[in-house]
Design a protein around this ligand. Structure first.
Ligand code: ADP
Ligand code: MG
Length: 683
């Protein structure tokens, strides 16, 4: 079979070939949402029995089989939430936490935030007296350990989506294993779509350890939930596609033209390309022959109302097209999807301890991910998956599995959290996957220079404990603490709030020129951080008006979020006994505070550089100012940046100009090359 997909007007044609082995047993027969129809229901008794008799139960089951929404309910029904105890279910993604919690509340017929609640960073929708089933990010559960190291209020903790191997999941698994030895009554459920169940079981096997004998069954139980699947036919492009957004649009239009009804799920990499694809397709869809397409984006940070659209049933005669990040790969199941288009890419973090640069880059997904994506097409009937890469590429070049995030992340946050929990021997910590010693040492170095760790690699008091207490990246937390000294904490917490969201600008509305002009109205010569202050000020002066945001290409939802986060940061500051103060326009103070947190990200413009080439002070990496920055083309001599994104080059996002003397003031050890050389025995 060689379906001709579509002619595009430039005369190019996108060809797909069906793969030789096109059947893959994914999906489920039943359309019904009723709980009893979900594959996991048949295992209800088995799951409850295993949880009763085993300290750890590993549940493997395909996406959509009901693990996340059903198992916490079974536990509740079986009495695990009685006597004031709680059932926890963790997710790596915030949006999944919200979506799943609201679904479970709906199924249980209760109001979200009462018996069923959720907590994500800066958003707590639980009730101390009422909540029995709590969904939360793994990061939030880690934070809860700072107040309650044994997580004593939970009777069962379900660590969901374990196959994703997110950084926080892995840290959490390591810590839960320790807690288990102190709390034999605690039950763990590790659930996952794919897994190396055996590797996980080996990790939790207590046989390797001397421990008290009253722990229930020491070997973890493994339960595999079978789902009856529909075939998904896989198509590959015949030749690599030069422009995958265009290929997505062509493929969607062709499906809409030639294939029977059924929704389309498209896997792209992030908000920027999703917004671009949504726009391209919406324009196309307005042409007469493509009526009936409902085009929706899906990524974290999407406002609640838009999330609900994703889950609401497609109106008759219409076809939904959801453009998603890999959140729809296993975290969320969309009913009604029959066609999947897989770009083959996702946005991934990569950290290089040698250069000490953490990059967010668009990188190929693994075969395991590609299979998961394909499986999303076969949920209600046989489906089709269009892969925007060649079969040869899939077979020969795609890596079999992804790398755990802990092995490709900057570990500064991870180390400070473990230190705050009293884990002194970090190199010797029992990790599900070991991070590289180089990355750990780099993290220790930075934390030492931030004044968070002392010579013995212990948290300093009070600075270290305060930084650990603030639920933000340690560099941002340090910036906040420093702002007290510089008398600009009101301003700096606004900046901290903005750095915690995706972007203050409203992207993808076409009108690039108008948008650039709007930006210029707020642009500050000092750089992006000060520009954010101007935007926030304008937002407040407008009375938080959505109309004002619209006119100025500012993202209204993002600004509301900023105001909310700011409020939370104020509360945290109060708890830490910090009195907030405004510097009344003294932007030098603000820049100094930023430098105190981000000195490690300092760069100098290359002398005689005509194209804006900078080098990092620390490792001479070549970097450029991102075109979205107000300092793009301005190119001040010295800057610090907040983060790096890589495309054709390494670009600095959120950049501020500084005076180099502030660097040595902020971090004398760091910049006089007398770097801490931690003695491994103390680490
Ligand atoms: P798993 O965790 O095994 O992937 P889930 O428990 O997430 O499975 O999903 C079980 C069922 O619940 C699926 O049919 C899914 O479509 C449905 N579901 C889950 N969340 C929502 C939601 N927010 N809205 C509507 N349906 C949902
Ligand atoms: Mg799930």
């Amino acid at each position: 079979e060689k379906p001709r997909i579509v002619d595009d007007e430039e005369g190019g044609v996108l060809f797909y070939t069906a793969s030789a082995s096109s059947s893959s047993g994914y999906g489920f027969a039943s359309l019904e949402k009723q709980r009893q129809r979900l594959p996991v229901y048949k295992y209800r008794t088995a799951i409850l029995y295993l949880v009763e008799t085993h300290a750890t139960t590993i549940v493997v089951g395909e996406t959509g089989s009901g693990k996340t929404t059903q198992i916490p309910q079974y536990l509740k029904e079986a009495g695990w939430a009685e006597g004031g105890r709680l059932i926890a279910c963790t997710q790596p993604r915030r949006l999944a936490v919200q979506a799943v919690a609201s679904r479970v509340a709906e199924e249980m017929g209760v109001k979200l935030g009462e018996e069923v609640g959720y907590t994500i960073r800066f958003e707590d929708v639980t009730n101390n007296d009422l909540t029995r089933v709590k969904f939360l990010t793994d990061g939030v559960l880690l934070r809860e350990m700072m107040d309650d190291p044994l997580l004593s209020k939970y009777s069962v903790i379900m660590v969901d989506e374990a196959h994703e191997r997110s950084l926080s999941t892995d840290i959490l698994l390591g810590l839960l294993k320790k807690i288990q030895r102190r709390r034999p009554e605690l039950r763990l459920i590790i659930s996952s779509a794919t897994i190396e169940a055996k590797a996980m079981a080996a990790f939790f096997s207590t046989r390797r350890h001397r421990g008290p004998d009253d722990i229930p069954k020491k070997e973890p139980a493994i339960l595999s939930v079978e789902g009856r699947g529909f075939n998904v036919q896989i198509f590959y492009v015949e030749a690599p596609v030069p422009d995958y957004l265009r290929a997505v649009v062509l493929t969607v239009l062709s499906i809409h033209d030639k294939e029977p009804m059924g929704d389309i799920l498209v896997f792209l990499t992030g908000q920027d390309d999703i917004d671009a694809a949504v726009q391209l397709l919406t324009e196309e869809a307005q042409s007469s022959r493509n009526q009936g397409l409902i085009v929706l984006p899906l990524y974290s940070g999407l406002p609640r109302a838009d999330q609900d659209l994703i889950f609401s049933p497609t109106p008759r005669g219409k076809r939904k097209v959801v453009m998603s990040t890999n959140i729809a790969e296993t975290s969320l199941t969309l009913e009604g999807v029959v066609y999947v288009i897989d770009s083959g890419f996702s946005k991934q973090r990569f950290y290089n301890p040698i250069t000490d640069i953490e990059n967010l880059i668009v990188a190929p997904v693994s075969k395991a991910s590609a299979r998961q994506r394909t499986g999303r097409a076969g949920r209600i009937r046989p489906g089709k998956c269009y892969r925007l890469y060649t079969e040869e590429y899939f077979i020969k070049e795609m890596p079999a599995d992804g790398i755990p995030e802990i092995q490709r992340s900057n570990l500064v946050s991870c180390v400070i959290q473990l230190k705050a929990l009293g884990i002194d021997n970090i190199l010797g910590f029992d990790w599900p996957a070991s991070p590289s010693p180089e990355a750990l040492i780099r993290a220790l170095e930075v934390l030492y220079s931030l004044g968070v760790l002392d010579d013995d690699a212990k948290l300093t008091s009070p600075a270290g404990f305060q930084v650990a207490e603030i639920p933000l990246d340690p560099m941002i937390s340090k910036m906040i603490l420093a702002s007290i000294e510089f008398g600009c904490s009101e301003e700096v917490i606004t900046i901290a709030a903005v750095l915690s969201i995706q972007s203050v600008w409203f992207p993808g509305r076409g009108a690039q020129k108008e948008m650039d002009e709007a930006k210029l109205r707020f642009a500050a010569a000092e750089g992006d951080h000060v520009t954010f202050l101007n935007v926030y000020k304008g937002f407040l002066e407008s009375g938080k008006s959505s109309n004002w945001c619209h006119k100025n290409f500012v993202n209204y939802h993002a600004m509301r979020k900023v105001a909310e986060i700011r409020l939370q940061l104020r509360r945290i500051a109060q708890r830490l006994g910090i009195v907030l103060k405004s510097c009344e326009g003294d932007m030098q103070a603000v820049r100094k505070a930023i430098t105190a947190g981000f000195f490690a990200n300092a760069c100098r413009l290359e002398p005689f550089s005509h194209n804006g080439l900078y080098k990092t002070i620390r490792s001479s990496q070549e970097v450029y100012i991102h075109p979205s920055s107000v300092l793009f083309r301005v190119n001040p001599k010295w800057v610090v940046f907040h983060s790096i994104v890589s495309t054709d080059r390494q670009y600095m996002r959120n950049v501020i100009s500084i005076d180099p003397t502030w660097l040595t003031e902020a971090a004398p050890h760091f910049y006089q090359r007398q770097l801490l050389n931690p003695n491994p025995s103390q680490v």
